[in-house]
Every structure is written in structure tokens, then in C-alpha cells.
Design a protein around this ligand. Sequence first.
Ligand SMILES: [Zn+2]
Length: 282
Amino acid sequence: MGRCRFCNEKAGLFQDSHDACMRGAETSRVALGLLVSDAVKSGKTFADISHEIDLLKQEGKLETSEVRLLLISAADRASQEYAVHAPVTQEDFERIFTIYKGIGYEFGSQEIKGRSWYGFPSLALSRIMYRVLHGEEVEYDATGKMSFHLSHSEQPIFSTGRAILATFRDVASRNYYQSVGMPIGGGLYYRIGAATTPTHQTSLVPSDEGEILLTTEALYFGGLKSTFKIPYGSILRLEPFTDGIGVFQSHGVGKVFVPDYSGMEIGWFLYNVLTFLVNKTN
Ligand SMILES: [Zn+2]
């Protein structure tokens, strides 16, 4: 006679659970996911939902480790949506931080990258976006990063550890850069028009690899082959990609920067921040 893995009572021959226990567990799982997702999106803190988490966990007879993963996954999805929906304020960022902490998210752990949990890093980028858009100073930690010679009035905003620089080619190439995705869709603070969607596949060829720095005045690139600065005033057009940003000046070919940001696609962030900075300059 097998025992039920939920209630530990006898469950019948070849059975590892009662149907009722299984249904109860599933109902609790769904409710827990909705609870944390709603909390992220509707202004709640961990204190507002912790009691209900305990109740649902008990009702569904769920294991602590399962509940933890379920809650973090739900918070992660909700946070990714929340981060791109609108720039996140400091207050909101701190509020959602309490939820992550409460449900057992381990900041800076390998688990985050392993499971592709990009929700919290997305919130952090959205908070930077908020500060830029409101003319507030951005906290920038230059530790371990390439340093560029900046002007006195210039403030660093954001940099990527490693980025691919690619350029557009009219002809098909064997070196076609595969990872550049389609332009991003709606739901952004700065709406991206339908006109940005290309009617034909654009081919891009990687030409260099290096670090990008965005400041209040320019985009810097320090690569293996070349180092240059693109002042925002010289930018005529920006093209969004899910995983990068295309920059067009009045001279030369368009440049596409594709950062390797721990596997995260941050085109939405680059496009919004750069659009604001370029518009402000021109
Ligand atoms: Zn049972």
C-alpha cells in the first residue's frame, strides 16, 4: 500500500497520492502564483502577503522548497512585466525588494543566472531608467570597469561588461549575426512605433567586441580594434532590438551594439534611456 506524498496517509495500491490531495495542492499552487504576482504589480509588500502564503502552503500540504521556487518564478515573471511597463521608482523598487527577500530569493547567487531569473535585474534597470528620465543622479559603480576620459559635466550612467559591435550589410553574409532579435513590441514607457519593424531580414556582421559606457552626454565604446565616442548630439536615429540597440549618425554605417548582460535581453532599457538622452540633447 502506497502512502500519499501530501498527507502521508494510505493512498491505495500503486498510488502515491489521493486525487483530492493532488487537486488541493494544484489549487494552492495556482493561488500562490497569483498572490505574489498580484503583490508585485499592485503595490503590496511581503508583510501584506506572508500570512496568506503560509495558509495556502498548509492547505495544499506543499513542501517549502517547492513553494519557494514557485513564488520566485511568479515574482520573476511579474517583475519583468512590471519593469518594462513603466520606469520603477525607488520606493517601488524597495517595496518589491521586500517581496523577493521574503520569499527566499538569494541575491547574487548562481541560481539566478542558472534559472534565468531576470525579473529583479530588470527592476534595477527600470529604476536607473526612472532616474535618467527624471534628471536624477544615477549611482554608478566603476569597479572593474573600463574607464573613459569624461568631461567635467559628464556623469556615467550604465556600462556593460562585454558587448558585440555589429554593422549592417546589404548583402547576405556567412557571418550573419544570429542572436539579434526582432525589434521589441509595445508596453514600453516610450512606445516603439510599428514602422520600426523591418519588412525584410536585416543582416548584421560582428566587427568588434568591447565595453559600452553610457553617460549623460555620449555613448562610449572601447573595443579590441577600435575605441570611439558617439555624442548624443550626433545621433540621428536609434533602432531597437530585443537584445541590442542600433545607432545611426549622419556619416558612416549604422552600428548595432549587442551587450552580453548575463543572458538578459536589455534592448528595451537601452532604447528608452538613449531615446531620452538623445532627445534631450538635440
Ligand atoms: Zn492525501
